[in-house]
Design a protein. Structure first.
Length: 412
């Protein structure tokens, strides 16, 4: 156990508090049990360590632990917690609960919370694919959960270039993007389009700051871990299933955003139709792809998506750089940034595939239709309406219904 304290202190030495993600301030850290979920690589570990370091308490009172540590192959979590409490522990930060191998992390956390919630504050992280609230209903009544996304374009600019741009609300952007552009005045500070191209290649995952040259190799490794470890943990798939899921992901990556023919894809990959839909759902939950369903469909997980994108543009460059054409990059970026915004705003309607246009954003009261394209994109396909917008790959616009694509990177 002494080694766990030493590892915690060593991890803290690598962390600075100069910048932290906005989620840091949104979390109610007074809750006795907090869960932070998100895709691998988006910065959950850093967030835990920053919070622990900011407490400025004796090492005996606050501890960071990776539950994949070999210590937990022979020691139960609850026994560890009781020993930690006896040493004066008050705050415990548990990383990657899905790697806990001794027993059921959910059952043990539930028991620990019930016994010691007045003495111990626990924050834990887990991969998106574990679906904490859906799979562990009994635990869900006790935990306060938060979702962490990769860097927005706005956050990338701050971290990579110290360019500080304001956080913009979606509906303000739709109505006032010309005013916002004048207030931001990016032409004096930077040219947004070259920076956007950089973001598309390596800006979504914050570890680009550590090793930009090795970024794509590391992202490939992360993707492999998700397929070989995280998805099997969540779904119980076997080795052959993992191979099939990998083939499916590569088939998606090797195509532009496409409307899948499930029967043909099933035959091509040798996967039963229902199994294929299940795999697509798992890849979506793992935040490796994003499925877009028709506006006429419901939200059932077992419905096939009508169009499939890779989750973010960095994954395109990691898996299929030959498919990194401008049209695919533009749509993937827009879908990625808008999806995170919709989820953070808890919009019940979400984003759908419209009959005309590229994306339909459903707010509580109004639906907004978007067509994404290059500098010469017109409104011919979607028509003119107060709720219809062209999202163009341009720096600025003099048209109320023609919004620069890069500005959707200011939404979170």
């Amino acid at each position: 156990m002494e080694k766990l304290f030493l590892r915690s202190q060593a991890a803290l030495q690598t962390i600075n508090l100069e910048y932290h993600r906005s989620l840091f301030d949104e979390i109610d850290w007074s809750n006795p049990l907090i869960a932070i979920t998100g895709a691998r690589g988006v910065g959950k570990t850093t967030l835990l360590l920053q919070k622990l370091k900011s407490l400025q308490i004796p090492s005996s009172e606050g501890l960071y632990v990776d539950l994949g540590d070999l210590y937990f192959s022979n020691n139960k979590l609850i026994d560890f917690v009781e020993a930690y409490l006896s040493l004066g522990g008050k705050y415990l930060f548990l990383d990657e609960v899905h790697r806990y191998s001794y027993g059921s992390w959910a059952e043990e956390l539930k028991r620990i919370h019930d016994l010691y919630r007045n003495r111990l504050q626990i924050t834990f992280t887990g991969s998106s694919v574990i679906q904490i609230l859906n799979r562990q209903a009994d635990l869900s009544r006790r935990v306060r959960y938060y979702k962490m996304y990769g860097l927005s374009f706005r956050e990338f600019l701050l971290l990579a270039y110290n360019i500080k741009l304001p956080l913009v609300e979606l509906f303000d952007l739709l109505q006032n993007h010309q005013r916002i552009y004048q207030e931001v005045n990016p032409g004096v500070v930077f040219r947004p389009l070259p920076r956007l191209r950089e973001y598309w290649q390596y800006g979504y995952y914050p570890y680009f700051l550590e090793d930009q040259k090795g970024f794509l190799q590391r992202l490939n490794q992360v993707i492999q871990i998700v397929i070989e470890q995280d998805i099997p943990y969540a779904s119980g798939v076997n080795a052959l299933d993992r191979i099939a899921i990998g083939k499916l992901l590569f088939a998606i990556a090797s195509s532009p955003p496409f409307k899948p023919n499930i029967s043909k894809l099933s035959e091509r990959l040798g996967i039963a139709r229902n199994t294929l839909v299940q795999y697509l759902n798992l890849l979506d939950q793992a935040e490796l792809i994003q499925g877009l369903k028709s506006e006429q469909k419901g939200i059932s997980a077992m419905q096939k998506p009508d169009k499939i994108y890779l989750d973010n543009t960095n994954i395109i460059y990691a898996l299929a750089p030959e498919q990194a054409d401008l049209g695919t990059l533009r749509e993937t970026f827009f879908f990625n940034q808008l999806s995170a915004t919709a989820a953070l705003a808890e919009q019940p309607g979400g984003i759908a595939l419209p009959k005309k246009g590229d994306f339909l954003y459903r707010s509580v009261t109004i639906d907004y239709l978007f067509e994404v394209g290059g500098p010469n994109k017109s409104s011919k396909q979607i028509g003119k309406s107060e709720q219809h917008f062209i999202v163009a790959d341009i720096e600025q616009s003099g048209n109320k219904h023609r919004i620069p694509l890069w500005m959707f990177g200011l939404l979170y």
